[in-house]
Design a protein around this ligand. Structure first.
Ligand code: BMA
Length: 820
């Protein structure tokens, strides 16, 4: 036996340092989850119970357990404790003897432990210092302040310790300063060598790819041996001379007629299995063959930012990813899979792993490889300034070395980015405004001196993008407002309260953040607010809104665009319609601007607790109406309508396809009472990879009474009908008649289908089967009189749905029903 693993996952005892609390706990896991399970803490997601949970982040916690090792285990050449992630300041004791400390949740450790172990029963303790106190202690030692963004419920100085920054509170997240361990936690006994990291580099020529497999090993003995590499059905035995210490083995394999890996929507995601075997230990990887070139060049519009995959410029469509749960123990594989599948279903091809969260588990990146989701990967620094002390830099260097080595083999990772909004943060705080030089130097030491430096050394095939947003290497300008260089975070519409039409006034090269909030559905609200709190300004509704003034902003825009809805339920529904309309307006326009703009990643894909936020997927994975709209506005084929301030109305086609596509476009102007006022049908070739103006009109010409009609466009293409609509005025100006939408539910080939028809045009028709998890294949659309639609409902996780119950729970809404 050359490698034996004793998994330390499972049951542990958790106690606070002064021994007043002792509970059963499991690892991987976190302190808060253990306390909740043991009944020592009320669920912090319910109402405002988060406030009463804050004490747990102020305690020191000790996890302890016993385990048995046998003589054979101890005779191995090396016995170590592998801890993938200890969060955060951890001290390890084995059999009562102090062993090691770890200060960074993002660094994996392999601690040699043989001398501390004995045959039979052993004891391990991992003590976690209070993260809140540890951060405060760091702050007290600073020679000058290192500021950070403050949030309504927060733990101070989170930027001084290396854990997920959002654990300390965010403008969509609770403050839960958890401690604990995630990822692998095991004792490993090895005789010859351990395989530390395996990755591949690729060299593409016409019909072949040379794949170089690089294995980093740590040898424990002096001996001669073999390393076996299996790739593309070919097996290679590589002779290795083991000498104690690090050994790197590499071997190049030629793959002829390669099947390339493509982002979602561009082709398949072929992955070649790779096995690296050393005596009895082996590592399995999957290799996607592709090139990614980040085209970042001066051009007539500024500085481009284009992802070119296998030579094809890809318009990046997607959203920003945050951790799936504020409690790490609840971050399951199933939840991750569900969220990523929803991203794919909405035609996303890129997600941004945002810098205030965490490097995700291996499973996450494997899923992104499989699903064709490219990753814009931030390093974990966000909305704050950071220290540049030698100790901090060394710690971060260890972090980036580990994470880049762990992840660089994944085809999905498209770019490494230094941080989220740290350039902006230089101007957000008084100390850094007053003494900018000092903070810029610190920033540069960390960002270029450590992060950029290690990426260039360890992963030279990928681009290191200094920050998001950023106008390019060396550019420290304001990319919240400058739209012509690099990536942009465009927040004027939400944070500055500008109208939605402001999205039409900019020409971003790549918009990596922009967002608009909505409430989660009643299903989700029910999980945190009792019915007596169902009012937007009730304390619990405000508690589950972390952006000060957020609920007011939603309401303010109701006043700008809609008639004020009656009652809470309509408020919730309309908030989701409004969010969808805002983001639709932005994305459709920026897709019309291609190739000037080549990316739109909205803020944010998911939530980590139930909350009113910018997400399109609620906590639990339910689709907000934005997500349904995203499935339409991110479709590779899009026909959209643009109206400018002067009243010009243009119909555009945007295609992400690599080949031209034949389509028939049916354009109608329909009055609010259902009469077709104008009707035009034409054949159109949708040109590959481009945006094309199809028709230009004026509002006057299309609808002399603009508030009384709308434009309805159907595109018949590849056996599908794409539908889109355009309203010439605000909704509040439109005298919408009281449409009656009738629905009929039936079971159809073991799936539930709902047919809908209306007597008069109905806007933003939305179906929801309250409390029954699952999604319709389309939602929140315009329904025209005389043109019934049939929708199908897919229950979540294959759960069977009782037809009678479904009928009872199904609710169909539309805009006109939100007011009297
Ligand atoms: C951004 C993000 C987050 C934040 C979001 C909404 O710029 O990077 O820090 O949650 O805006 O305010």
């Amino acid at each position: 036996m050359s490698c034996k693993i004793l998994d330390l996952h499972g049951n542990w005892l958790l106690r606070n340092k002064n021994n007043t609390i002792q509970v059963a706990a499991t690892l991987p896991g976190d302190t808060f989850s253990a306390l909740i399970s043991a009944g020592k803490m009320a669920d912090p997601y319910w109402a405002d119970q988060e406030m009463a949970a804050q004490w747990a982040g102020r305690e020191d916690w000790i996890y302890e357990r016993e385990f048995t090792v046998d003589a054979e285990f101890l005779q191995s050449g090396d016995v170590s404790l592998y801890a993938e992630s200890l969060d955060t300041i951890a001290t390890i004791r084995i059999n009562g003897q102090y062993h090691a400390t770890s200060r960074n949740a993002f660094v994996a450790h392999r601690f040699p432990v043989r001398n501390l172990l004995h045959e039979g029963l052993n004891r391990i303790e991992i003590e976690f210092a209070s993260p809140e106190r540890a951060a405060k202690e760091e702050a007290a030692r600073l020679a000058y302040p290192i500021p950070y963004t403050e949030f309504p419920v927060q733990s101070p100085h989170r930027n001084l310790i290396r854990k997920a920054q959002c654990h300390g509170g965010w403008d969509w997240g609770p403050c839960l300063m958890v401690s604990g361990a995630t990822g692998r936690l095991e004792l490993v006994a090895e005789t010859t060598a351990s395989i530390d990291y395996v990755y591949t580099t690729q060299h593409h020529t016409d019909s072949r790819v040379e794949v170089t497999v690089i294995c980093e090993l740590t040898s424990h003995t002096s001996s001669d041996g073999n390393l076996e590499i299996i790739l593309d059905g070919q097996t290679f035995q590589i002779p290795v001379q083991f000498r104690p210490g690090p050994v790197t083995v590499q071997h190049t394999v030629v793959i002829s007629q390669p099947k390339l890996w493509w982002p979602n929507g561009f082709g398949s995601q072929t992955l070649y299995p790779l096995t690296v075997r050393l005596s009895n230990s082996e590592v399995h990887k999957k290799v996607g063959l592709r090139t990614i070139r980040v085209v970042n060049e001066e051009d007539a519009h500024g500085l481009s930012l284009v992802f070119e995959v296998n030579g094809v410029p890809v318009f990046c469509k997607g959203a920003n990813w945050i951790p799936t749960d504020a409690l790490p123990q609840r971050q399951t594989r199933e939840v991750m899979e569900d969220l990523l599948s929803s991203a794919v279903a909405a035609h996303m091809n890129m997600i941004r792993v945002w810098g205030g969260g965490q490097y995700e588990s291996d499973a996450f990146y494997e899923m992104c490889d499989e699903k064709g989701l490219m990753i814009w990967h931030d390093f974990m620094f966000s909305c704050a300034l950071y220290p540049a002390s030698p100790a901090f830099l060394a710690d971060v260097r260890a972090e980036v070395i580990h994470q880049v080595k762990r992840l660089r083999n994944h085809a999905c990772i498209a770019l490494w980015c230094g941080n989220n909004e740290s350039v902006g943060a230089l101007s957000w705080f008084e100390p850094s405004r007053k003494n900018r030089d000092r903070y810029v130097i610190d920033y540069d030491r960390l960002n270029e001196g450590v992060l950029g430096d290690e990426v260039r050394r360890l992963d030279p095939e990928r681009v290191f993008w200094p920050s998001s947003p950023c106008g390019g290497p060396g550019d420290f300008s304001d990319c919240w407002h400058t739209d012509n260089r690099g990536d942009m975070h465009f927040w004027a519409v939400w944070h500055e309260g500008k109208p939605f039409e402001t999205y039409l006034e900019i020409k971003p090269r790549f918009c990596s953040e922009f967002g608009y909030q909505s409430f989660p559905s009643l299903d989700t609200i029910r999980t945190y607010a009792p019915e007596e709190e169902w009012n937007v300004t009730a304390p619990i509704m405000e508690h589950h809104q972390r952006n000060p003034g957020g609920n007011t902003r939603i309401t303010e825009n109701f006043g700008r665009y809609f008639r004020i809805p009656d009652g809470f339920e309509n408020f919730v529904y309309l908030s989701q319609v409004q969010q969808g309309i805002a983001i639709k307006m932005a994305v459709e326009h920026w897709r019309r601007l291609r190739p000037v703009c080549m990316g739109a990643l909205y803020w944010q894909l998911n939530d980590l607790w139930p909350v009113c936020s910018w997400s399109s997927l609620e906590y639990g994975g339910k689709w907000k109406l934005l997500h349904h709209m995203a499935r339409r506005f991110f479709d590779p084929l899009l026909v959209s309508i643009h109206q400018d301030k002067a009243g010009a109305v243009e119909i555009w086609a945007t295609s992400d396809r690599l080949q031209p596509v034949e389509a028939t476009v049916h354009v109608r102007v329909i009055s609010l009472t259902g009469e077709v006022l104008k009707d035009e049908r034409f054949s159109q070739t949708l040109a590959a990879g481009s945006a094309t103006l199809l028709r230009a009109h004026t509002v006057q010409e299309l609808a002399p009474q603009p508030s009384g009609a709308f434009l309805y466009v159907e595109t018949f293409v590849e056996d599908r009908v794409l539908r889109n609509e355009h309203f010439f005025t605000t909704f509040k100006a439109m005298p919408l008649p009281k449409a009656k939408v009738a629905h009929h539910v039936r079971e159809d080939l073991h799936r539930i289908s709902v047919s809908l028809q209306t007597d008069l045009p109905a806007l933003w028709v939305t179906l929801n089967a309250d409390g029954i998890p699952g999604e319709f294949d389309d939602n929140c659309f315009t329904l025209i009189s005389g043109e019934p639609r049939i929708l199908h409902f897919t229950p979540k996780h294959g759960t069977s749905v009782d037809l009678a119950q479904f009928k009872e729970k199904l609710r169909v809404r539309h805009l006109r029903e939100t007011y009297r």
